[in-house]
Ligand binder design. Structure first.
Ligand code: SF4
Length: 175
């Protein structure tokens, strides 16, 4: 379910879907302690979960202000203008890369927006030919987005993997 924040240009002040994973004892992974699971480590790799459809829905929602239900009701994060969250995200990407790649960053942002629009257009389209064209464009956007985000977020994924390995090692009796 998707809810807009008062129909305004606001979102939540939250980078968790880009930076954070919560893992419970059954292997369920969530973006934060308020959100629904985005996958399970027993069924998928952490790479698949961190680039999968459920986490992308949280990212798109926060970037556009059309928030997933959990974020709309979130008791933890304040409302901020969309531009403010975008600036924080740009800084996160720069820090993760350790060198600026503004071109990839802005391309990813525009692809994420286009993907969000296309999903809506596909859902509302009643013309079969136009529907096929929109679906093809959506697949192309998905492919390019997947390639770019995989490359850009490599350092972040490596960090998350190291942290997960450390958490799992506690369960095997290591300090
Ligand atoms: S529910 Fe709150 S903390 Fe969790 S991702 Fe949404 S805004 Fe962030």
């Amino acid at each position: 379910m998707v809810l807009s924040v008062s129909g305004s240009n606001e979102t939540r002040d939250c980078l968790d879907p880009w930076t954070t994973v919560y893992i419970n004892a059954t292997g369920e992974v969530a973006t934060c302690c308020w959100s629904k699971p985005i996958g399970n480590l027993n069924d998928q790799t952490i790479d698949e979960i961190l680039e999968g459809e459920p986490v992308r829905a949280y990212r798109s929602g926060l970037l556009t202000g059309d928030l997933p239900e959990d974020c709309a009701k979130c008791p933890a994060r304040a409302h901020v203008p969309l531009g403010e969250l975008e600036k924080k995200l740009a800084k996160l990407d720069r820090d993760a890369l350790r060198e600026p790649d503004f071109e990839s960053h802005s391309r990813i942002r525009s692809l994420e927006r286009r993907r969000f629009e296309l999903k809506d257009e596909v859902a509302r389209c009643e013309d079969a030919t136009e529907g096929k064209r929109l679906s093809r464009e959506l697949s192309e956007v998905d492919r390019e987005l997947g390639k770019l985000t995989y490359a850009m977020r490599k350092p972040l994924r490596a960090l998350v993997k190291r942290r997960i390995a450390r958490i799992l090692s506690f369960g095997r009796g290591n300090p």
